[in-house]
Ligand binder design. Structure first.
Ligand code: SF4
Ligand code: SF4
Length: 167
């Protein structure tokens, strides 16, 4: 597969918009692929894509979108910051349109200037899994994966490779 190259969300959005019809067709085909085969396709490409791409040279996810924050995340982060959970919620979180708790305003308040995460060991579960292309049952998150092409250069590259393999 092609080497992953960094792109800004603006560049990725533009590329996805230009390719909208082909991508929609591809994702229709992916929906019809067996769950086992779909997971295998994504997992193989995920491993290949991350072999020599360093997330520290990107941080688009931490800069432009927020993970969903669970109660367990709140407890863990509040402990790490030595504040009460209620204080953590008031200081850092808001409820989004889907009724999920998220960080108030991207970039993430814990993203450091060198793209390291200030709370790495205690970071939310969703941060650990992002961009979720190596999880099981990829069928369940195909729409999110398509949306993530506009944020994550790795997901965009994986999908470009899938286009070659599937079409
Ligand atoms: S908590 Fe850390 S990994 Fe998660 S969005 Fe913030 S900086 Fe990124
Ligand atoms: S997961 Fe994707 S968006 Fe996040 S830092 Fe890595 S390459 Fe960039």
């Amino acid at each position: 597969m092609e080497k992953v190259e960094y792109k800004t969300p603006e560049e990725l959005k533009e590329l996805v918009a230009q390719d909208k019809k082909t991508l929609n067709n591809l994702f229709e085909k992916l929906k019809k692929t067996s769950s086992k085969q779909l997971d295998m396709l994504f997992h193989t490409l995920h491993e290949e894509a991350f072999i020599d791409f360093d997330c520290l040279s990107c941080a688009n996810c931490c800069s432009y979108i927020s993970p969903i924050i669970t109660e367990k995340d709140i407890d863990r982060l509040a402990r790490k910051l030595k504040v009460k959970p209620a204080r953590f919620i008031a200081g850092y979180l808001k409820t989004d349109k889907d009724n999920d708790l998220v960080f108030k305003h991207p970039p993430c308040p814990f993203l450091l200037p060198d793209n390291y995460c200030m709370v790495y060991e205690s970071r939310p579960k969703a941060c650990r899994g992002y961009p979720h292309t190596n999880r099981r049952r990829m069928h369940q998150i195909l729409q999110i994966t398509l949306k993530n092409c506009e944020i994550c250069p790795v997901v965009y590259t994986i999908v470009q490779e899938l286009k070659k393999q599937i079409n």
